[in-house]
Design a protein around this ligand. Structure first.
Ligand code: PLP
Length: 426
């Protein structure tokens, strides 16, 4: 049976043509209504003793997206000192930012002085924080011993993951905190992106068990990682359902331990994945004969979206013909514009080395092609400037139907601006 043809999520064909004509391709477009809807759902996560919802801004750090989501009541999870500075520049108050980073910034004490909260991800980080900010409150990220992600590359828990402090090192955490007069007031776990909800729940149980040994903890942060289906055939996590067993655990914990724990969650994908799309153009159509394939070449690819070539991730692809009208369908492989055989948009699910043809509306050069579900880890995680293609612009679709340019297309001067030619080569 032919796979289901995907539909556009938040754009109409006419809007796609307008975007193509007004801004050129490729471009990213984000939808304010979808962002706000997702924020409202997450803020309804069951939490008997209070809830803070953070947006993991690494998923899509555009200032406009940060404004929409923080304007909807979200706080921020930042993954580097640079992201903290970026959130501050977008107008997010420092007290609303939690820094969970693999590399601690040189200006950590300044950021903490402004009000940024810090989540120590290793014993070394905890000691370094203690030296920079003795006597402070701190959060600690633990690796609870298990993980789950949509692929091994997004699994960040268990013995093969370097993220967080291994759970059996809890005594050393307590000693290090004591040495620097740190008060551990939050315990944090994040086990992967695209996690299995059952593993996530088990991880929450393990986290609460560990928390019994940390008497000053008042907040438990269970990270993000909720699965979001980009393709119509993929299933998304129901946050309400995933949250109910957690709420029950928190009530039980309060009865036994006496502490009514504030809950934090910090998804990224959940807010932005289906609130963003890439509008690209069809630049060529080639084939490899009867035994081969027909390829659509687009003016996007790994310069805007790495997920297919990195994980074999599936994204809806919809052809929008230049002129409205009926067209039949055909089987295509879709590839990007980089001189790289791995620059594919139609890999086999979960296997970036394989290819799987899609049934799409028949294309002609000049048609638009929308790669949907491209709000999370696309603009944020692309192989920028590979083959010297300039960074694509970003556009926000506001609720009144207007398009706003929120990042201009990079110019060649900007690509080159930090280069220097040493004297001997002049
Ligand atoms: C510490 C932390 N929190 C939250 C997230 C967000 O994950 P997701 O986008 O899968 O919800 C990540 C993603 O890598 C993370 O590292």
């Amino acid at each position: 049976m032919a796979p289901t043809m995907e539909q556009l999520r938040f754009l109409t064909d006419d809007q796609v043509r307008r975007l193509q004509a007004e801004f050129g391709t490729p471009l990213f477009v984000y939808d304010q209504a979808s962002l706000e809807r997702q924020a409202a759902i997450a803020l309804g996560f069951p939490a008997p003793f209070g809830l803070t919802v953070r947006y993991a801004m690494k998923a899509c750090p555009s200032a406009a997206v940060l404004r929409v989501l923080t304007g909807s009541g979200l706080h921020i999870d930042a993954s580097s000192g640079w992201e903290v500075r970026r959130a501050l520049a977008a107008g997010v108050p420092a007290e609303r930012i939690l820094l969970t980073a693999q590399q601690i910034p040189e200006d950590l004490a300044d950021l903490v002085g402004l009000g940024t909260r810090f989540n120590a991800c290793s014993l070394g980080q905890l000691a370094a924080f203690g030296q920079a900010c003795p006597g402070h409150e701190v959060s600690v990220r633990l690796n609870p011993g298990l993980g789950s992600g949509h692929s091994n590359r997004t699994n960040v828990g268990g013995p093969s993951a370097s993220f967080g402090i291994w759970h059996s090192n809890l005594e050393r955490v307590i000693d290090t905190a004591r040495d620097h007069r740190l008060r551990i007031t939050q315990l944090h776990t994040h086990i992967g992106s695209g996690s299995d909800p059952e593993v996530w729940q088990r991880c929450a149980g393990l986290t609460l068990n560990l928390l019994r040994h940390l008497p000053d903890v008042t907040t438990v942060n269970l990270g993000g990682g909720y699965k979001v289906g980009r393709m119509s055939t993929e299933v998304s996590t129901d946050l309400q359902r995933a949250g109910e067993p957690i709420a029950a655990e928190l009530r039980k914990f309060a009865q036994v331990d006496g502490r009514q724990l504030h809950l934090e969650i910090e998804p990224g994908t959940f807010f932005v994945a289906n609130a963003g799309a890439i509008v690209a153009g069809v630049i060529d159509i080639v084939d490899t004969g009867k035994e081969g394939h027909t390829f659509i070449k687009t003016d996007t690819g790994m310069t805007e979206i790495l997920r297919p070539s990195l994980y074999g991730a599936q994204h809806p692809i919809v052809v929008v013909p230049k002129e409205p009208g009926d067209r039949s369908t055909a089987e295509y492989l879709v590839v990007g514009h980089c001189c790289e055989s791995g620059d594919v948009l139609t890999p086999e699910p979960g296997n970036p080395e394989g290819l799987l043809a899609r049934t799409l509306t028949q294309v002609r050069i000049g048609d638009a092609l929308v790669v949907d579900g491209a709000g999370a880890y696309c603009a944020a995680m692309a192989s920028k400037n590979y083959n010297s293609f300039p960074e694509a612009p970003e556009v926000l679709l506001s609720k009144d139907g207007a398009f706003h340019l929120v990042r201009r297309r990079q110019t060649l001067e900007q690509v080159l601006q930090n280069e220097a030619i040493p004297e001997f080569l002049r």
